[in-house]
Design a protein around this ligand. Structure first.
Ligand code: ADP
Ligand code: SF4
Length: 695
């Protein structure tokens, strides 16, 4: 056995994390609790979903939960891809999940949900249900109707029926879910949604009536063998406009304290619950959730991107939590508990808090993860986060470029038993990750480099050389059979991007800079002669991070973008509101829906994206954040020498990562991992599919 399955001694300090804990009629084997989280697999990719959850259990998570599980067609969240228990036909897919979890001695939880006014029911075409007549919370031109008493009765019956199905599917824990401003039970609790004048509205006692009834119903239906858990948001970070941990949320939990078998508490909405490392640190929810243990004797689970076992022990020992809840840390490292258990703390692949995982769900596809390239590929490609097939008599590999792609390829190839030489021209490892992790708020991203460099330093079959700028001739001279080019990409200075598809000649002057200029030479390259304009056609994080950097150096910043909002793709990482708010608070002037139209000494012209109307403004320096050019020169030079490869002892030359096509860091890691996984195969197996039409 290899990797995390190897046994070493556990540090006794961490023993408390491995104590079994009773939850009503069931017992969790330890305190590691994978709280409900979406995977983007849901009912459409059930085999992938089951395999992913099974690996979490194999990795030592004592409780493994599903994603939210729709109980009825009036809670149809299409095109998102969650779990379903609409009727008995949904049971087998979830039975596959519970079987996979039980196989490793863990227990399985199902998060039943009715999405209330959060969903348009685009597939089922049912009219959404809500406590009161209201528009739904997406942009669909749809209103929800106020539920009458018969609807409330029906909803309670659906929840019971779904709980019974969950029991038949083999679940040990069944949730009643009142959180994230996404669920009917939450909508009834919240005064801003619940305007009823009957016994289900008005006072807090009335607004929590349905929640209480549903917990009681669930206990009565399945409580003999299943624990009933409650997931509740204790604060919405809306001040008095929302539910607060020291006001109504406190009163709800106090009133219902002993009713469920477990309290799973967090922040609402999802962007507050899953904050990125750019905006919050490990343990960011503690301030809000720490009171819960003082008002209930039932076990409590909470989250906060916990990856440090010492922090986990502290939380248990000071009586703040009974379970260490995790979604993202369990995605970045499904074997986190096993690594603590086996005394391999340094091997934990820590979540970097980037939320590329949430982007999977938000774009309705199986999730990916910057740190864990195997997530979402467990069934499709048969990838495992810790185990990888050994190469049969491997020939050595030379990897040029130690960014995320090169580092991951090197790491995975050494794990497969190959001799690897890794060279980088820089004096530090990490390529773009190192450069970007020096930007404001992105420090935790350095973990992508740190984990891989550490792994490579532990093995005998990796040779690593910094300050080694390799030419094509150097590579020929080394005569290493397999050559991997991972030389990355460079930001363009010429404005080419989504809007301007060809270079803009007027940008060819000394006052234009790229993100690379700032990351390599520092913010001082910018002249202080007039405002700094950042033109963002990249539309993710980079331009806004540079805006922060430039403001911190004392410059006036104008943010120009063809998009209607700042960093629109960051909606998928749940950061858009925080990013735009931060820029506004920093005094950055935001000019949306503008194209670049011209530049002359001290002046920039921009045009309206709709009318074309041009306006001019003062501009000391312009930073273009548009797109990148692959650094593929080295590969091209080697290709010219192809006829000499055999004589030089070279069998293959391949590009990976950003030097094929620049993308997000997760894509570079994935590219390096894919290369290593496919190495040594004459014919690489096609990924399996479960997305074809079934008749
Ligand atoms: P990726 O995201 O694909 O891993 P990066 O841009 O992060 O790409 O990393 C590319 C790395 O390749 C950088 O660290 C850079 O210093 C290195 N590099 C580029 N060209 C050469 C070369 N000719 N010899 C050695 N290292 C190189
Ligand atoms: Fe953590 Fe990023 Fe992976 Fe999500 S994608 S689990 S935030 S490292």
């Amino acid at each position: 056995m290899e990797g995390a399955l190897a046994h070493m001694t556990r540090d006794p300090r961490y023993d408390v994390l491995f104590e079994p804990v009773k939850i009503g009629p069931v017992t969790a084997p330890n305190r590691f609790y994978q709280v409900p989280h979406c995977t983007g697999m849901g009912y459409r990719y059930p085999k992938s979903e089951a395999r992913l959850r099974g690996i979490k259990a194999e990795g030592g998570w004592g409780v493994v939960s599903t994603q939210e599980t729709e109980i009825h067609p009036t809670s149809d969240i299409t095109p998102a891809n969650e779990a379903r228990l609409w009727d008995d036909r949904d049971i087998p897919a979830l039975r596959a999940v519970t079987d996979a979890v039980h196989e490793h001695g863990s227990i399985a939880a199902v998060q039943l949900v009715h999405n209330g006014l959060h969903t348009a029911n685009r597939y089922s075409r049912a009219i959404p249900l809500a406590p009161s007549n209201t528009v739904i919370d997406s942009d669909d031109p749809v209103q929800a109707r106020a539920m009458d008493k018969a609807d409330i009765k029906a909803f309670r019956r659906w929840h019971v029926e779904a709980a019974l199905r969950a029991k038949r599917a083999g679940f040990d824990i069944v949730y009643a879910y009142a959180g994230h401003d996404m669920t009917l039970l939450h909508h009834f609790l919240l005064a801003r949604h619940n305007h009823r004048s009957d016994e289900y509205g008005g006072s807090l006692e009335n607004r929590m009536r349905l929640f209480r009834e549903v917990i009681e119903d669930t206990k009565e239906a399945v409580g003999d063998t299943c624990a009933v858990a409650v997931r509740m948001a204790v604060d919405e970070l809306l001040g008095k406009e929302g539910m607060q941990y020291d006001a109504e949320a406190h009163d709800v939990i106090e009133a219902l304290a002993e009713l469920p078998d477990l309290w799973d508490v967090n922040l609402s909405g999802w962007s507050n619950d899953s904050q990125t490392s750019r905006f919050s640190n490990e343990g960011f929810q503690e301030h809000y959730t720490s009171f819960v243990k003082s008002v209930t004797t039932k076990p409590v689970v909470g989250v906060g991107r916990y990856t440090s076992p010492d922090t986990m022990v502290r939380l248990i020992n000071k009586g703040q939590l009974d379970f260490i809840g995790a979604a993202r840390p369990s995605i970045a490292d499904p074997f986190l508990p096993k690594k603590i258990e086996n005394g391999r703390i340094e091997d934990i692949r820590e979540c970097i808090g980037c939320n590329i995982c949430t982007a999977g769900d938000n774009t309705c596809v199986p999730m990916r993860c910057t740190q864990n390239p195997t997530i979402g590929e467990e069934w499709r490609r048969d990838w495992h986060p810790e185990i990888i097939t050994k190469l049969d008599k491997p020939k050595p590999y030379l990897i040029v470029g130690g960014g995320p792609a090169g580092l991951e390829a090197a790491r995975a190839l050494t794990q497969r038993g190959a001799e690897v030489v890794l060279a980088d021209k820089a004096d530090v490892w990490g390529g773009r990750v190192t450069a970007e992790s020096n930007l404001p708020g992105l420090n935790a991203w350095g973990r992508v480099r740190d984990w891989r460099v550490w792994q490579l330093q532990q093995v005998a079959n990796a040779q690593m050389y910094l300050n080694s700028h390799l030419s094509a001739q150097d590579i020929m001279d080394y005569a290493i059979p397999n050559v991997v080019i991972a030389t990355g990409a460079k930001w363009r200075k010429n404005g080419q991007g989504r809007v301007h598809r060809t270079p803009l000649p007027f940008l060819n002057n000394d006052h234009v800079f790229t993100p690379d200029d700032l990351m390599i030479k520092g913010v001082n390259v910018i002249s202080s002669n007039g405002p700094v304009i950042i033109y963002d056609d990249d539309r993710f994080y980079m331009a806004s991070v540079l805006a922060e950097l430039v403001v911190s150096a004392g410059h006036e910043v104008v943010f120009v973008t063809p998009a209607p909002i700042v960093a629109p793709w960051s909606e998928n990482t749940l950061e858009q509101t925080r990013i735009q708010t931060r820029l506004i608070e920093l005094g950055v002037e935001i000019m949306p829906m503008k194209h670049l139209a011209g530049m002359s000494e001290g002046r920039l012209s921009v045009s309206c994206a709709y009318s074309g109307q041009v306006q001019e403004m003062a501009c000391g320096s312009l930073i273009t954040v548009t797109s990148r050019t692959p650094e593929d020169k080295l590969c091209a030079e080697l290709t010219v020498l192809r006829s000499d490869w055999a004589d030089a002892g070279i069998k293959s030359v391949k590009r990976i990562g950003d030097c094929i096509a620049p993308g997000i860091i997760a894509a570079a890691v994935q590219s390096g991992h894919l290369y290593a996984q496919e190495a040594g195969f004459d014919a690489v197996p096609e990924p399996k599919r479960e997305d074809y039409g079934r008749i």
